[in-house]
Design a protein around this ligand. Structure first.
Ligand SMILES: [Zn+2]
Length: 143
């Protein structure tokens, strides 16, 4: 399995049977499974989406958006529970304007699940943790 380092962006190869364990980056030695979503911008978005063998769930948000702020701790909580199945990432739509336009983000928060660079499913609006987990599992079943 290929796993992009959240700290330096290096692509690490992890044996599939080690997925449940902790892993460290071969280049910078930092923890690969931090339990926190990764911030992506226009410069690193495509590479991160395409170079991960795990599906990537992206939260498109903005600092002025109230529901986004409610969603943030829920997103981090679910990330901690599902980080060995799904990569969690956040895109600030005010900063990453090119990426937000590319995926036609019209309402925020919008969540998009990607697999091997392709959009699998998307959700507009905030959800409580149990419903979010349910939606992710449902989206994963479409891969
Ligand atoms: Zn690294």
């Amino acid at each position: 399995m290929h796993y992009t380092c959240p700290s330096c962006g290096a692509i690490n190869r992890i044996p599939d049977d080690k997925q449940q364990q902790q892993g460290t980056c071969g280049r910078c030695k930092s923890d690969l499974f931090t339990g926190h979503p990764l911030e992506l911008n226009d410069a690193d978005f495509q590479r991160f989406i395409a170079k991960n063998d795990l599906p990537v769930l992206v939260d498109f948000w903005a600092s002025w958006c109230g529901p986004c702020k409610m969603m943030a701790p829920i997103f981090t909580q679910v990330c901690g529970q599902m980080q060995h199945k799904v990569r969690f990432a956040k895109v600030n739509t005010e900063v990453a304007q090119h990426t937000s336009a590319q995926f036609a983000i019209r309402s925020i928060p919008t969540l998009i699940l990607f697999h091997q660079g392709r959009e699998v499913d998307r959700l507009a609006g905030a959800l409580p943790a149990p419903q979010l987990t349910q939606w992710i599992n449902q989206a994963l079943s479409k891969i």
